[in-house]
Design a protein around this ligand. Structure first.
Ligand SMILES: CC(C)(COP(=O)(O)OP(=O)(O)OC[C@H]1O[C@@H](n2cnc3c(N)ncnc32)[C@H](O)[C@@H]1OP(=O)(O)O)[C@@H](O)C(=O)NCCC(=O)NCCS
Length: 260
């Protein structure tokens, strides 16, 4: 099936203007979940989008992060995930897969939920993930994004792609999110060193409905909506989202669980 948004050609100036109008500014620490095809036809493809995103945050002042997730529903004690920082392709789209392969990119070491980053604090954002007991909880890049004034851009995707809601789930301690026992995971860092850790893994069995919070996050001014090219996009203040969503989830621990 053809994607109608590809009929429109987007250039760098247009995309940069749209990012500015949504509120992306130099100096931001920005985690981007994306769909390239939703933007419309982009001259230069994923590399152009990465260049524009970098220009929008100014890598001398801020940092661009992308999720480079590799986990699968097969992961568990019988089938421990195997992660190689250089070799493991991510399934979160062509933009993150292209960014992680850039020479200047850093990538965190996590069996399932790694991130890649370019910019001023790229090294700091990506270090230490291998020592986090849970994929998105205390100490992880997602958690620190909420604690250090970060923003999340959903570029052509919805709140269903917002991994940082798992941070909220982990910190609140919902019952359905993690597997019941730790798994021994072997990971290879960027220099080829083997790292072995016992870690709690994501349990992929529970369908979510993160978009349930969309009206409230917009009404509270925690999230803004605009188009980047042809892509319906959302810009979120991570700290305010964390505080708001945590309070809602504590009141209703099944808030994010899809009824179907
Ligand atoms: C799954 C997902 C990545 C698919 O989006 P997508 O736009 O179809 O795919 P990508 O972003 O990988 O971009 C590749 C597609 O862009 C399109 N494309 C190719 N060149 C292009 C160009 N120059 N300009 C615009 N689009 C182009 C093609 O359709 C290509 O798909 P194809 O290779 O199958 O032909 C997206 O829907 C998504 O979910 N993203 C968020 C993932 C995430 O962060 N999840 C977190 C989970 S907790």
């Amino acid at each position: 099936m053809t994607n109608p948004s590809l009929d429109h050609t987007m250039d760098k100036q247009r995309l940069l203007r749209d990012l500015r109008q949504l509120g992306v500014q130099p100096g931001m620490e920005l985690l981007v979940h994306s769909s390239l095809s939703r933007i419309g036809h982009v001259e230069g493809g994923a590399n152009t989008v990465i260049d524009v995103l970098l220009e929008s945050i100014d890598p001398a002042k801020g940092t661009l992060l992308v999720p480079t997730l590799t986990g699968s529903s097969a992961d568990g004690p019988q089938h421990p995930p195997r992660f190689d920082t250089k070799e493991s392709r991510c399934w979160t789209g062509l933009i993150p897969e292209t960014l992680r392969l850039r020479e200047e990119a850093y990538r965190s070491v996590s069996p399932t939920h790694s991130v890649a980053a370019i910019g001023k604090h790229a090294f700091e954002w990506t270090r230490g993930h291998e020592d986090c007991w849970t994929p998105c909880g205390y100490g992880s890049p997602y958690y620190r994004l909420c604690r250090r004034g970060g923003h999340i851009l959903l570029l052509g995707v919805t709140l269903e792609s917002n991994t940082t809601f798992h941070t909220v789930e982990e910190v609140v301690g919902v019952s359905y999110h993690l597997q019941s026992i730790p798994v021994t995971c072997a990971m290879t860092d960027v220099d080829g060193n083997e790292i072995v850790r016992q870690l709690m893994l994501h349990d992929w069995g529970t369908p979510r409905r993160f978009s349930v919070l969309e009206p409230a996050l917009l009404a509270e001014g925690i999230m803004k909506r605009a188009r980047i090219g042809q892509a319906d996009s959302l810009l979120i203040d991570a700290a305010r989202m964390f505080t708001y969503a945590s309070a809602r989830l504590m009141n209703d621990p099944r808030l994010f669980v899809s009824p179907t």
